[in-house]
Design a binder for this molecule. Structure first.
Ligand code: AMP
Ligand code: GLY
Length: 419
C-alpha cells in the first residue's frame, strides 16, 4: 500500500515511523515533510493546506491512503476533497473537524451530546466578556484555530482585558467571538481514539506538557514533552472514559450525517467532580503521538485504512508494548514568542536505536541540519519503568546541541514519582 502523510512536524514523523513498521506499506510519501523526515519518506514540496494540490498529488502517485496530520487541512476540507476523488483518507470531513476549529461549536456539541465540560458562555465584545466572568482566574478562548495560542488563563481583570483585546481586536476571526469558560483544576489527560464513523477505539492514555518551563511555568506552547501510558489510568478506566467522552461525539456526528472518521482527541481535566473535557482535537496530538505510537504493536496502516470505512474498526482492540514511553521536545531559542531560526544542530548521529529521534522544525543547509521552527526535535525512549524511560530520553537530549536549545527537565517526572 502506498501511503501519503500530510504535514511537516514531529507528529507526522512519528506516524511515518509507525507506518513503516507495517508489512502492508510499500511506499511512504510525505507532503511537505521536512529535512529529517526525508530519511524515512519521499518528501514532496506541497503545502499541507494546499487542498487541490494534495488531491492532485495523491491521484498522480496512485496513493491508496492519505493520513492527514494537522488540523488546518482537515478544517479546510482536505478529507472531503480526497473522498470526492475516490481516495481513502484518514481524518474527519470539514463538518466534523469543526469540533476543533471552533471552541464555541465544540461546546454546543458537548452540550448536545451530554459530555461533561466546564461552564461556558460566548461573548462578542470585551465588555460582554468581562461581564460574563464569574471569578478569577478566568479562562478566555479564541474561537478559531490558534496553533496552541488560543487560550489565556487570566489571573485578574487586567489580564482578561489584554487577552480579549488581542482575541477580539488584533486577531479578530470569523464572527469575532470568544468563549469565557469556568476555570477547572486537576490533572490533565490526553485520551485519543481511532474512530470509524460508528465507534471509538481508545488509544493508550498520554500526558503532555504545555508550558515552556519546568514546573508548568511560563507561556503555553504547542507542547514540550509527553509520556504514555499514565499511572492510575488502566485499560478499564480508559474504556470508561472513552464511553464518556468519545462515543457520544461519534454518535452525534453519525446522527448529523457527517460521521467522524479519524482521531478524536479529548483533552481532559480530572477534577474532583470527575473528568471534564477541556477541548477536542480532530487529529493526533503533538507531541503525544511521539510517545503513543512507539508503544503500538498493532498494525497502524491497517487500522487507519479500516477507520476510513464505516464500522471498519468493529471488534478491534489495540495491542500495546507494556513499557513506558517518554518524549522530550527540544525547542529553539526564543520559543514560543519568536523562535530563532538557522542555528546549526550537532550530535544527531549519536541518537541511535533504541532511541527514536523525530524531526519537526529542521531544515538542511549544505547537508547539515539547522533549526527552522519553534519545536525542533523530539527524543523518545522506551523503558521498563518511567524512571528508565526518562533517563534514556534525557541521555539522548544531552547528546544534541544547538545554540539556545530549550528542553524541560521535568518531563514524566510525575509518572516517575507516582510509580
Ligand atoms: P485547550 O486548547 O482548550 O486545551 O487549552 C489549552 C490549555 O489551557 C489546556 O491544556 C489547559 O492547560 C488550559 N485550559 C484550557 N481550558 C481550561 C479550563 N477551563 N480550566 C483550566 N485550564 C484550562
Ligand atoms: N499536544 C496538544 C495538541 O496536540 O494540541
Amino acid at each position: 500500500m502506498k501511503v501519503l502523510v500530510v504535514g511537516s512536524g514531529g507528529r507526522e514523523h512519528a506516524i511515518i515511523r509507525a507506518l513503516a513498521r507495517s508489512p502492508l506499506v510499500t511506499e511512504l510519501l510525505c507532503a511537505p515533510g521536512n529535512a529529517g523526515i526525508v530519511a524515512d519518506a519521499e518528501c514532496l514540496p506541497v503545502a499541507a493546506d494546499a487542498v487541490d494540490q494534495i488531491v492532485q498529488l495523491a491521484a498522480e502517485r496512485n496513493v491508496e491512503l492519505v493520513v492527514v496530520g494537522p488540523e488546518a487541512p482537515l478544517v479546510g476540507g482536505l478529507v472531503d476533497a480526497l473522498r470526492a476523488a475516490g481516495i481513502a483518507a484518514f481524518g474527519p470531513v470539514a463538518a466534523a473537524a469543526r469540533l476543533e476549529g471552533s471552541k464555541a461549536y465544540a461546546k454546543e456539541v458537548m452540550e448536545a451530546a451530554g459530555v461533561p465540560t466546564g461552564g461556558w458562555t460566548t461573548a462578542l465584545s470585551v465588555e460582554q466578556a468581562i461581564a460574563a466572568v464569574r471569578g478569577y482566574p478566568a479562562v478566555i478562548k479564541f474561537d478559531g484555530l490558534a496553533a496552541g495560542k488560543g487560550v489565556v488563563i487570566a489571573a485578574d481583570e487586567a489580564e482578561a482585558r489584554a487577552a480579549l483585546e488581542e482575541f477580539l481586536v488584533e486577531r479578530r476571526f470569523g464572527d469575532g467571538q470568544v468563549v469565557v469558560e469556568e476555570f477547572l483544576e486537576g490533572e490533565e489527560l490526553s485520551l485519543l481514539a481511532l474512530c470509524d464513523g460508528e465507534r471509538a477505539v481508545p488509544m493508550a492514555p498520554a500526558q503532555d506538557y504545555k508550558r515552556i518551563f519546568d514546573g508548568d511555568l511560563g507561556p503555553n506552547t504547542g507542547g514540550m514533552g509527553s509520556y504514555c501510558p499514565v499511572p492510575g489510568v488502566d485499560a478499564a478506566r480508559v474504556a470508561e472514559l472513552s464511553a464518556l467522552v468519545h462515543q457520544p461525539i461519534v454518535d452525534y456526528f453519525a446522527a448529523a450525517g457527517t460521521p467522524f472518521h479519524g482521531v478524536l482527541y479529548a483533552g481532559l481535566m480530572m477534577t474532583v467532580e470527575g473528568p471534564k473535557v477541556l477541548e477536542y482535537n480532530a487529529r493526533f496530538g503533538d507531541p503525544e503521538t511521539q510517545a503513543v505510537l512507539p508503544r503500538l504493536r498493532s498494525d497502524l496502516a491497517e487500522l487507519l485504512l479500516a477507520a476510513t470505512k464505516s464500522g471498519g474498526l468493529a471488534g478491534r482492540e489495540l495491542d500495546w508494548d507494556p513499557r513506558w514511553a517518554v518524549t522530550v521536545v527540544l525547542a529553539s531559542a526564543g520559543y514560543p514568542d519568536s523562535p530563532r531560526l538557522g542555528d546549526a544542530i550537532s550530535g544527531l548521529e549519536r541518537i541511535t536505536d533504541p532511541l527514536e529521534l523525530t524531526c519537526a522544525g529542521v531544515a538542511a543547509v549544505e547537508g547539515a541540519l539547522v533549526t527552522a521552527g519553534g519545536r525542533v526535535l523530539n527524543v523518545t525512549a522506551l523503558g521498563e519503568t518511567p524512571a528508565a524511560a526518562r533517563a534514556a530520553a534525557y541521555a539522548g537530549v544531552e547528546e544534541i546541541e544547538f545554540d539556545g536549545k530549550q528542553a524541560r527537565s521535568d518531563i514524566a517526572l510525575r509518572a516517575e514519582e507516582s510509580t
